[in-house]
Write a protein that binds this ligand. Structure first.
Ligand code: N0T
Length: 515
């Protein structure tokens, strides 16, 4: 529907976000599903002079994608004067190193505040009104009820997208844009700007009512004690949607928002987390007015697998994919990537990867590089298998050292923490550092691709035809120029007690049969 004059040169291969017929979501890049294995730069690292250093970590990590901020204050230092130096440097660096980019628009919001708004906005609160708390005190957030704010952000964002269309409209180094960063408000549950007060006393809009299936009424009548938080969610979503729409009209890349989550027993909006973000408790209200936003990402900072699993489950919905827009730079978050595989999600991004040299830095990069190098070597295969529901994955959890994956006529048993060789004892402890994980892709009726860490993998035939299953061939190898190449065949001790994976990243292809 774009005007011909503004349509990108290669609309057919524009990155797109699609829902497959089977319900899975895919980010399509160059016409194929793409799995994001991202490294996010530190907040103040997306400057030309910092990129060489930052990219050392990107390369060591084997990331296929870099997430980098675009700062409104740097991009529009004076009203209507745009400076593309930082963006151009990012694109040049990404192209030179064969990486894709996800750009993060640090506009009206950054972590529930407005510190990336340009100085000319920060110093003119009469024009660019602030949100107010219940006592009328101005907050460090722009009001969504001041038309000047929305106009300013939308204009800048559209200028950013116009520049991308111009310099990247056929090459698509930039595949995805995050609109704002962890939006919402701190210091008040809702905006008390006079226009906000009037809206709060008015009727809940139809779009919201339809989505939450509720009869008409005021915010208080419909949402009771949660009215103020729901109201701020609606106001924030409506504003961000308008910013995204202004950008998509110019250049329709897929767009998402990230979320400062309501988790870890936090519950107070505006104190524990910004009020107005797409937290799970306001998700339907948020999404009722944000069609220009393709999906919502989770900034999931925990190494507790139960907490991590809980949140991934909350956001893996019929209307949203699992997507870790940020997780902590910690060796312990590496295995948690496999939850995104298990949930058929679209990717994983590690926050703050460019740190000064240290032992911790080296070890943390190495822990995540084990995932990224292996998965990156088959990232298109992974994304296609996820889109077609041919991939299953599991993560070692306390007290659950044995798990099975069901492929219909075959079942794959995963045992985390058995001895390195020999019969598996009936009771096995978890592996010493609880780092176990595995994935299995069915590539056709007879073949599986398998890899894992600290896990024993065995295949059992479960088809009901009284035949016995057998392993016809087990190969260790990889894909080179698109074709499987075996380095060696495994047999005897290497398969008799299951295929044992330790800390190394090995890709195994199994051919099964029956007699
Ligand atoms: C994230 C990152 C960056 C005491 C924090 C997480 C990034 C932003 N925010 O390093 O600032 O730009 O999206 C907020 C979680 C704060 C938890 C505070 C616990």
């Amino acid at each position: 529907s774009a005007h011909p004059a503004t349509a990108p040169a290669s609309a057919a291969t524009m990155p797109r976000f699609v829902r497959q017929d089977n319900g899975r979501f895919s980010l399509m890049v160059d016409g194929k599903p793409y799995f994001i294995l991202a490294a996010q730069l530190h907040n103040s690292s997306a400057w030309p002079k910092r990129l060489d250093d930052a990219w050392q970590a990107v390369e060591a990590l084997h990331a296929n994608t870099v997430e980098a901020p675009i700062y409104w204050e740097q991009f529009e230092p004076r009203p209507g004067k745009f400076d593309t130096t930082n963006i151009d440097a990012l694109i040049a660096k990404a192209r030179a190193t064969d990486k894709r980019l996800v750009l993060l628009w640090f506009g009206t919001w950054k972590n529930g505040q407005m510190q990336y708004a340009p100085e000319w906005i920060k110093t003119d609160p009469a024009t660019y009104r602030r949100q107010r708390n219940a006592h009328g005190k101005p907050m460090d957030d722009l009001s969504t009820f001041a038309p000047a704010n929305l106009r300013a952000d939308s204009t800048a964002f559209a200028a950013l997208m116009a520049h991308l269309r111009k310099v990247d409209g056929t090459r698509h180094t930039v595949i995805l844009v995050q609109v704002e960063n962890e939006p919402g408000t701190f210091g008040t549950v809702r905006d008390h700007d006079p226009a906000a007060d009037a809206a709060f006393d008015g009727q809940v809009p139809d779009a919201v009512l339809r989505r939450v299936k509720h009869a008409p009424g005021t915010w208080r009548e419909v949402f009771g004690p949660n009215a103020e938080e729901m109201f701020n969610a609606w106001a924030t979503a409506r504003y961000i949607n308008a910013v995204a729409e202004a950008g998509k009209r110019v250049y329709p890349l897929p767009m998402y928002v990230n979320c400062w989550l309501r988790y870890k027993d936090k519950k107070y909006p505006g104190m524990d987390y910004p009020s107005g973000g797409a937290t799970y408790n306001v998700f339907d209200v948020w999404r009722s007015v944000s069609p220009a936003i393709d999906f919502v990402g989770t900034d999931l900072y925990t190494t507790d697998e139960a907490e991590f699993r809980k949140v991934v489950g909350q956001y893996d919905r019929p209307d949203n994919p699992a997507w870790i827009s940020e997780t902590g730079f910690d060796p312990k978050t590496a295995k948690l990537l496999y939850y995104i595989l298990a949930h058929g999600g679209i990717g994983f991004s590690i926050f703050g990867i460019d740190n000064p040299p240290s032992k911790t830095q080296t070890e943390t990069i190495a822990a995540h590089a084990r995932n990224y190098k292996l998965l990156g070597s088959i990232d298109t295969r992974i994304a296609e298998a996820l889109a077609q529901k041919r991939l299953q994955a599991a993560v070692e959890t306390p007290g659950q050292p044995r798990q099975t994956l069901d492929f219909g006529d075959w079942k794959v048993t995963l045992e985390f923490g058995p001895p390195a060789w020999g019969t598996t004892p009936a009771i096995i402890p978890n592996s010493p550092d609880m780092d176990g994980r595995a994935f299995v892709i069915r590539t056709d009726a007879q073949h599986f691709l398998v890899s894992g860490t600290d896990v024993r993998v065995s295949f059992q035939r479960t088809a009901k035809d009284r035949k016995h299953g057998q392993l016809l061939r087990v190969e260790e190898g990889g894909y080179h120029d698109g074709a499987w190449q075996a380095d060696r065949w495994l047999n005897g001790d290497e398969v008799d007690y299951g295929i044992n994976f330790h800390k190394e990243s090995r890709l195994i292809r199994v051919k099964v049969g029956a007699y």
